[in-house]
Write a protein that binds this ligand. Structure first.
Ligand SMILES: [Zn+2]
Length: 187
């Protein structure tokens, strides 16, 4: 195939791609992606990742070994974050709530003392029982604080282990026990 033909072919391909992207973006902008479209996207991305796993890994290895690119990536992420901070905060709040619900449900779904079940009032109590064992288990995997959504994410990653002496308490019971050693809701 002559060289010019190849160039033409490539040009045609690129233009067609750009056109399709534009068309696709337009329809999405009007109605937003449907559940089905999102699912298709995720599946497509997954297949791509599987087919190109080694290639992707190698690119990342090269990228992350270069300190200047790490700085560049950091700056890029900062810029992106500043661009739509509101949206990101909303998204992360949603995903934090999701992991909290999963965790609370996995450990009983209600306060172990008084039966309070509103998610807003519940927390994971990890100050009783084998606290040392728990902290060690968590610190081994991550060096993050043992609380809040990083705690929930850690537990989810571990498949919600039942042998760490964790239970669900409401904030009232949790704080009372912390301050007075008992909860007035105890029967
Ligand atoms: Zn309670």
């Amino acid at each position: 195939m002559p060289h010019t033909d190849q160039v033409k072919k490539e040009e045609y391909r690129l233009r067609r791609n750009a056109k399709n992207r534009e068309k696709y973006a337009r329809t999405r902008a009007v109605s937003g992606p449907t559940e089905e479209e999102l699912k298709k996207d995720r599946e497509r991305a997954k297949i791509y990742r599987e087919l190109h796993r080694e290639e992707i890994n190698e690119k990342r290895r090269v990228l992350y070994r270069d300190p200047s690119s790490v700085d560049r990536i950091r700056q890029r992420d900062r810029d992106r974050y500043a661009e739509d901070r509101y949206k990101r905060v909303k998204t992360s709040r949603r995903s934090n709530l999701k992991v909290k619900i999963e965790t609370i449900d996995a450990y009983g779904g209600e306060c172990a003392i008084c039966g309070e079940f509103h998610i807003e009032c519940l927390t994971i109590d990890h100050s009783f029982g084998d606290g040392g064992k728990f902290r060690k288990a968590m610190l081994l995997k991550t060096n993050r604080a043992c609380g809040g959504s990083s705690l929930y994410r850690f537990l989810r990653n571990q498949g919600f282990p039942k042998d760490l002496g964790l239970r669900v308490l409401c904030f009232n019971c949790n704080c009372s026990i912390g301050a007075y050693g008992y909860s007035p809701y105890e029967t």
